[in-house]
Design a protein around this ligand. Structure first.
Ligand code: PEP
Ligand code: MG
Length: 889
């Protein structure tokens, strides 16, 4: 195995081996851009080190060989006293990762070579400045000395000189500072600062390897689902100097604006400075455009290179560069991060420039970004006072009064107040408060903390881990940086998309993207904003290539109409139990409790016209498109009176000796029907088989509604779906009954209704016997909510609040399997059931209507498995369309 690659040997596709930085340095070298020569130690070497605790045996010799080649090329040796070669040692994993050691510059400097560097550069001050930087960076990142100690010593030197500016320190000052720094190192580590150049280099390389496993890096990897065994590469690059005087400097640049996507000159430049000064904000940078005045020829060359890079990478790039005495050097480039809005804009801009095609453009955006663009947000130019900045855990913009406990959150929200629940961290006891609040703010915890996980599950705005806010729940207040205090009842605003926290009310505006989907803003209009036009075009690309159809989960005409505006191609799930809530609940109660046929028939006939009217509305809203109506599937306890309340009522009545016959009967029935595990109880098809006439009534209502729509020249396309089937026999019985009813309605109305009958696959047994079930079903719709619940054996209603946080923290899964389909388990059943179903009945229509139907990652899976459609809530429809397009492109 080869552990070291010269920059001339790699390319941008070798990120696994060379890390992002190394691969891109190689790519730029190959493009003929001015990259200081150097080499990369591979991630493979790091892996060996992490596994065995020692560098691979061959590494040292390979490094020596590459170093010698570099020395030959540069005409100087590492640390050579009279003419030293200096190098930087920089980490570079496949994914850039906060928490890892970044860079040590000026490796090779020592007491012996500092004079040589001064002579080489003709600048003594510069040499001592470089040396003190080496000791400072090396001391901090490689030797683990507290960086504050160096900062204090530097401040002291500046104070002694009566200046705030490090440029006022002269060679003598810096020489003394070097001595001071060396003392700090000796005192803190018990060893002298290493003077041997190669030892410096080897120690720095090892420190980069070790930094792979810092706590912060590990935490970041777990949160971002980055595997823990990738390892990092290390780049060793010959130094060029931005701190050689006014004709030198260093800067960062973007090939276009990462916020808007606009092309132009974006970046910062700092004269007479070395790399870390720009990011550290030590002195004020100037806008990159000013470089044109400072050094026109470097500026022109940089613009030329930026355009080369954009054309080459066909994407926005960010860049680090240094100018040494008027000569430009490229130190890094990569495809740059960008906001969701910029991602859409840039993708379409690149299509217009002819750099990428539509299929490629689709890969440059994703559903999560689109979802982000659909949340309401804070007005961009509103006056606001930021008091904190935490982790953007669950997007949206929320405004409300600060409350510091769940009890108050619930109480205040009941009386009509909007509240933001603020806690150090949340736990399952906070659930009610979280439900009541507009948004949740915590000062502790990351993206997988309880608050973050639960808030995302609820679709509620959440900022977590805003550490500079001191939350004092006992005294119901929080202290913000600077000492101001937010008391209970003070208004705060939190931005779950950026993590920012404000005091006072920041005005909220609806998302222009939603206005567009709603049809209130037209992409073609002159004043339509660029973002809306970009979204419009990307949606058109996606719709053109996608194979999956997208339907909506909707139970009323309003949702159905919105879904249609958002691009739904039908309804994939109408949950009819939602039509029985409110006043109608009593009718259902009567039906369930009926003792005689007469009572039952009476209850059913009262329900029939109501149901029929519901379906007419729905079929009208979705005219010409399929509407899948699922027959009743309530967990029974949701429809019966609460057992405790009822018991108390009966007991009270008895004590007053005026007991009510009806209540008594009801109580008996409730006792009889009470279930310990309602989710595994008398639900779905089981209910339909136990209560005579219930399903027949629903089928009749659907058929009559369809006949009515035909009469008024509509184009109704109802599909009837039987829930919670475990065996084909259940389906056969319901099917026979349904066909009879449909035939009756057809005969009575003289119409040919063409209603199809299918089933949900939401129990493991149904999935396993899907081949048999397909004999009685014209379509399958996977109910992945129940299927996940039953395959894993955990309750969908309880787990999020009980043990999921612990599971996520331990990395047992990265996201809840209720959110993203568990490919290996639940997904495998979906795949095999699809194959078995189609083996029995070629052309069997397949869909999914669990929550996963609107989840980006899951949509890709359903595409792969070959389903015909996904069905999701109306607001997820654009996301599903886009992801279905991305999956097919
Ligand atoms: C399902 O189980 O996935 C489903 C869609 O049905 P419900 O969520 O209503 O149980
Ligand atoms: Mg279900």
């Amino acid at each position: 195995k080869k552990f070291v690659y010269d920059f001339t040997e790699g390319n941008k596709d070798l990120k696994d081996l060379l890390g992002g930085k190394g691969a891109n340095l190689a790519e730029m070298t190959n493009l003929g851009l001015p990259v200081p020569p150097g080499f990369t130690i591979t991630t493979e070497a790091c892996k060996v080190y992490l596994e065995t605790g020692a560098e691979p045996v061959a590494l040292s010799n390979e490094v020596s060989a590459h170093l010698e080649a570099l020395e030959r090329q540069m005409g100087k040796r590492l640390g050579q006293p009279d003419n030293p070669l200096l190098v930087s040692v920089r980490s570079g994993a496949k994914f850039s990762m906060p928490g890892m050691m970044d860079t040590v510059l000026n490796i090779g400097l020592s007491d012996a070579s500092v004079a040589g560097l001064a002579a080489q550069a003709g600048n003594e001050r510069f040499a001592w400045d470089s040396y003190r930087r080496l000791i400072q960076m090396f001391g901090k990142t490689v030797l683990g000395v507290d960086g504050e100690l160096f900062e204090e010593a530097l401040d002291e030197a500046k104070r002694a000189k009566n200046t705030p500016n490090d440029l006022d320190l002269d060679a003598g000052d810096l020489e003394r500072l070097v001595d001071h720094f060396k003392e700090i190192v000796a005192k803190q580590t018990g060893h002298e600062f290493p003077q041997e150049p190669r030892e410096q280099m080897d120690l720095a390389v090892r420190a980069v390897f070790d930094s792979w496993n810092t706590d912060r890096a590990k935490l970041y990897r777990r949160q971002e689902r980055i595997p823990g065994d990738l390892g990092t590469a290390v780049n060793i690059c010959s130094m060029v100097f931005g701190n050689l005087g006014a004709d030198s400097g260093t800067g960062v640049a973007f090939t276009r604006d990462p916020a808007s996507g606009h092309q132009g000159v974006y970046g910062d430049y700092l004269q007479n400075a070395q790399g870390e000064d720009v990011v550290a904000g030590i002195r004020n940078t100037v806008p990159l455009a000013d470089l044109e005045q400072l050094d026109k020829s470097s500026y022109d060359q940089l613009m030329q290179i930026m355009s080369t890079l954009e054309t080459h990478y066909k994407d926005l790039c960010d860049i680090e560069f240094t100018i040494e005495r008027g000569k430009l050097w490229m130190l890094q480039t990569r495809v740059g991060k960008r906001t969701a809005a910029a991602a859409f804009r840039i993708a379409t801009q690149l299509v217009d420039q002819g750099l990428i095609d539509e299929a490629e453009a689709l890969q440059r955006v994703n559903g999560a970004q689109l979802a982000q663009l659909m949340f309401p947000r804070f007005e961009e130019h509103a006056k606001s006072q930021r008091i904190g900045w935490g982790i953007a855990a669950s997007p949206g913009a929320a405004v409300g009064k600060a409350v510091f406990d769940s009890y108050t959150a619930v109480k205040w929200s009941r009386s009509g107040e909007k509240v933001i629940l603020i806690r150090r961290e949340t736990n399952p006891d906070d659930l009610n408060g979280m439900i009541a609040a507009e948004g949740i703010l915590t000062s502790r915890g990351g993206k997988t903390s309880h608050a973050a996980v639960v808030a995302r599950g609820m679709g509620k705005t959440c900022v977590c881990g805003a550490e500079e806010l001191e939350v004092d729940t006992k005294r119901r207040r929080m202290t913000v940086p600077g000492g101001a205090v937010i008391e209970e009842g003070d208004v705060v605003s939190i931005d779950g998309s950026s993590g920012k926290v404000y005091v006072g009310e920041v005005p909220v505006v609806p998302s222009p993207v939603v206005e567009y989907f709603e049809g209130r803003m037209h992409a073609g209009a002159d004043d339509a904003d660029e973002l809306v036009q970009a979204v419009h075009r990307m949606m058109a690309y996606a719709d053109r290539v996608r194979r999956l159809r997208v339907r909506a989960n909707a139970d009323n005409a309003e949702d159905a109409s919105r879904a249609r505006r958002f691009g739904a191609q039908g309804i994939g799930l109408c949950r009819t139990e939602h039509m029985f809530l409110g006043e109608r609940r009593e009718l259902v109660e009567r039906l369930i409790l009926a003792d005689t046929d007469a009572e039952r028939d009476e209850a059913l006939s009262a329900l029939l016209p109501l149901q029929k009217a519901d379906f007419i509305e729905l079929l009208e809203a979705m005219d010409g498109l399929p509407v899948t109506v699922r027959l009743l599937d309530p967990p029974l306890h949701e429809f019966l009176p609460d057992i405790t309340e009822l018991s108390v009522r009966v007991a009270l009545a008895e004590s007053r000796k005026d007991s009510n016959e009806n209540d008594l009967r009801l109580l008996q029935a409730v006792h009889r029907l009470h279930e310990q595990n309602p989710m595994l109880g008398l639900r779905g098809v089981r209910l339909g088989l136990v209560i005579p006439g219930l399903f027949a009534m629903q089928v009749r209502a659907i058929a009559e509604a369809a006949a009515h729509r035909r009469n008024v020249k509509g184009d109704p396309r109802p599909e009837i779906m039987i829930p919670l089937v475990g065996t084909v026999q259940e389906l056969e019985i319901v099917r026979d009954e349904a066909e009879k009813v449909i035939a009756e309605v057809q005969a009575a109305t003289g119409t040919d209704l063409k209603i199809t009958l299918g089933t949900m696959i939401e129990l493991p047994r149904a999935a396993i016997t899907a081949g048999q079930i397909a004999e009685a079903a014209e379509f399958f719709s996977f109910g992945t909510n129940d299927l996940t619940q039953t395959v894993w054996g955990f309750s969908r209603d309880d787990v999020e609040a009980s043990f999921f946080t612990a599971y996520l923290e331990k990395g047992i899964f990265g996201v809840s399997p209720f959110e993203t389909i568990d490919r290996e388990g639940v997904g495998a059943l979906v795949r095999s059931a699809s194959e078995a179903g189609r083996a029995t009945r070629p052309g069997l229509k397949l869909g999914v209507c669990g929550e996963h139907g609107g989840d980006p990652e899951s949509v890709h899976f359903f595409h792969e498995v070959g389903l015909d459609y996904v069905s999701c809530s109306p607001f997820r429809i654009p996301v599903a369309r886009l992801e279905a397009g991305r999956a097919a492109a």
